[in-house]
Design a protein. Structure first.
Length: 512
């Protein structure tokens, strides 16, 4: 619409013999009452951000290729003799480290920082209430995909500049871990700057020990970005709503993500530096902060998905504002992974054996809680008096079915989890068979639930919490069934092997 109108007006000016002039695009859009007030400005900004990001990305590609080729030349010229490839890479670390901190890497960081700021603002403005892409589509996906791509490049430059992957000689004791680094008995190196004197095996074992630090750097970084997007989107929705009076729930949706973004940014900066990370990695510091972040986002998610004045969804659970919906879920998942990484550092959980079955059953309970909460939210906002006389599966009846399915999944999941936690007096084989039968039962009810909930006339026919959670619960129940079958087959193999060993020992004893 925009470009056709511009070309038509430009052709009229040229054909009429008037002086060559270009009519302003915004003057055309402002004359259309069907478009939002800020539609033009946000569209022009999207064009400028896309063009600038393209040019800077091409410059970054060229500089990156030249930069990496110089590093490859330095490595090939280094006198490594007949060393294996792994040892060549280790001996090349002292060469790559000064190169990675030179002016070229800083320029590459700046070239990624500028488009990240532009594309970040564009992602918020273009997908906002008055932007050209408030709903999912090409411009919506392109805005956020390009933004997160350039953010990842910017984060990679920061990691190289701070030598997170180079300084891999950090002891576990300095990070608050009491157990040994690995099963090979490698010793920790407490001083920075001694990587050149370390053996190849020590370097790689220390690099493995730093994996958790790199993971937390990236998680805190992206949690701060997701929180900032949610806060900016909520502020944009508040600025464009008809009523200027905000409820306390809406104020929370604006200021709580901003607080979470600020706190995550602090721990991201602390994790970048080795000295401050020794504090941030402690359970009393990072653990408490991760718990606070998770609680902030848990309350935010409940208010976003189950309140009457939410900007994220409507009264039927359908997505109203995609930014608040998707990035709120992304933020709480990211905060949960951070909390889990610190929880595993606790003395009570450090030596606990991980079980994939327990994790999957816990995920099933969580998803069923979403089904139950979303269906109750829909049930609270609809009037079923008109559907009581209908014999077919009406909208209200399907909503009741969704409530029952969610409650059944929660009861089954908690039954299995409690039996595993308290340790019921049954054999492992009996418990595995019981969990297999329960998973088959869940597959049946979730399969029927998908047809009733997400079908035409169901409460989850539109994309939203009920739609995603219904399909996800069915997929998780399939995963539980496959896992239980694998456990049963493994137990059968162990019993067969044990029987063979017993038979063999008896024969040897008789021969003796």
């Amino acid at each position: 619409f925009i470009f056709i109108e511009v070309l038509v007006n430009l052709a009229d000016d040229v054909s009429g013999g008037a002086p060559y002039k270009y009519r302003d695009v915004c003057s055309i859009i402002d004359g259309n009452d069907q478009l939002p007030e800020q539609y033009c400005k946000r569209t022009v900004f999207a064009i400028a951000a896309g063009a600038t990001g393209t040019v800077l990305s091409l410059m970054g590609i060229i500089l990156h290729l030249i930069f990496r080729r110089e590093n490859a030349t330095d490595v090939s010229n280094h006198n490594c003799g007949e060393l294996p490839e792994i040892e060549i890479a280790i001996h090349a670390l002292p060469i790559l480290e000064p190169v990675s901190s030179n002016l070229t890497l800083k320029i590459e960081f700046i070239l990624s920082l500028i488009p990240s700021l532009l594309l970040g603002l564009n992602a918020v403005f273009a997908t906002g209430v008055q932007g050209p892409a408030p709903e999912v589509g090409n411009l919506y996906y392109a805005s956020f995909i390009s933004f997160f791509f350039v953010l990842r490049i910017c984060l990679g430059c920061l990691e190289e500049m701070n030598s997170i992957e180079m300084h891999s000689n950090v002891s576990d004791d300095s990070l608050g871990h009491d157990d040994a680094r690995d099963s090979h008995g490698s010793t920790s190196v407490g001083n920075l700057g001694s990587s050149q004197a370390s053996s190849p095996s020590t370097l790689f074992c220390d690099a493995f020990a730093m994996k958790e630090r790199r993971s937390r750097v990236r998680k805190f970084f992206f949690l701060s970005i997701l929180s900032a997007i949610c806060s900016a989107s909520a502020w944009d929705a508040a600025a464009n709503q008809e009523s200027q009076q905000l409820s306390w729930r809406q104020k929370y949706l604006v200021f709580a993500p901003a607080t979470a973004s600020f706190l995550s940014s602090i721990f991201f900066l602390m994790s970048l530096n080795y000295s401050t990370y020794s504090i941030a990695s402690k359970l009393w510091c990072g653990g408490i902060a991760s718990l606070l972040l998770f609680l902030i986002w848990l309350v935010d998610l409940l208010l976003s998905m189950h309140s009457d004045d939410s900007w994220a969804i409507n009264e039927k659970g359908e997505i109203r504002m995609a930014n608040l919906y998707y990035f709120s879920w992304g933020a709480i998942v990211m905060s949960a992974t951070i909390l889990l990484s610190y929880a595993q550092q606790s003395p009570m959980l450090r030596h606990e054996k991980k079980s994939s079955v327990v994790v999957i059953w816990g995920a099933n309970v969580k998803v069923c809680m979403v089904i139950l909460g979303s269906s109750l939210h829909v049930w609270h906002n609809i009037d079923c008096s008109a559907d009581e006389e209908e014999g077919q599966a009406s909208f209200c009846n399907r909503t009741k079915c969704a409530i029952g399915i969610g409650a059944t999944g929660i009861i089954c999941g908690w039954t299995v989890l409690i039996s595993r936690i308290i340790g019921c007096p049954i054999t492992t084989k009996v418990r595995s068979y019981a969990e297999t039968y329960i998973s088959v039962f869940l597959i049946i009810i979730f399969g029927v639930g998908i047809a009733l909930i997400t079908g035409i006339g169901g409460p989850g026919q539109s994309v939203g919490d009920l739609f995603y959670s219904s399909w996800l619960s069915f997929a998780i129940s399939l995963g539980i069934f496959v896992t239980c079958v694998d456990v049963l087959q493994q137990q059968e193999m162990e019993q067969t092997d044990a029987g063979y060993v017993t038979f063999h020992d008896n024969n040897v004893r008789e021969l003796t």
